[in-house]
Write a protein that binds this ligand. Structure first.
Ligand code: HEC
Length: 111
């Protein structure tokens, strides 16, 4: 009986430990570089300035529909470090989100 109870406790402790570990892994897991994941990140961080489906409402904001598809380096630098009125996103984006947003911009622009 005692043996049985301690086995149950061990199983419960293990389940909690595994649950905690998988929780940490889920948070740290990089966002997949898919347009769909990028759309979500874009909606969280970028849409308020760059507009729904990249359609800007004001010329004060850069029109991402005109971003050159062969200049990913510039995209990465501008987004990571910021540019004039645009804040820097380097410390805010989760791993993989920048790549995903690039894929999303490409999918909207038909690249
Ligand atoms: C607070 C408003 C604001 C938000 C939010 C914002 N941007 Fe911007 N963004 C700007 C402005 C303003 C510019 C124009 C900067 C300039 O050239 O003066 C710009 C420019 C850009 C450019 C062009 C940079 C270049 O090299 O010319 C890219 C790419 C860009 N934004 C991507 C993003 C992405 C991706 C996000 C979300 C992670 C985002 N922006 C969020 C305001 C914003």
């Amino acid at each position: 009986m005692k043996e049985h109870a301690s086995a149950l406790i061990r199983a419960a402790v293990l389940a909690v430990a595994l649950g905690a570990a998988s929780h940490v892994r889920a948070q740290d897991a990089p966002v997949p570089p898919t347009p769909e994941a990028g759309r979500k990140a874009y909606t969280s961080y970028c849409v308020r300035c760059h507009g729904i489906n990249l359609a800007v409402s004001s010329s004060a904001f850069y029109d991402l529909r005109t971003f050159p598809k062969d200049d990913k380096t510039r995209f990465v630098e501008s987004v990571t470090q910021g540019k004039r009125a645009m804040p820097a996103w380097g410390g805010i984006l989760k791993p993989g989100e920048l790549e995903a947003i690039w894929a999303y911009v490409g999918s909207v622009n038909g690249w």
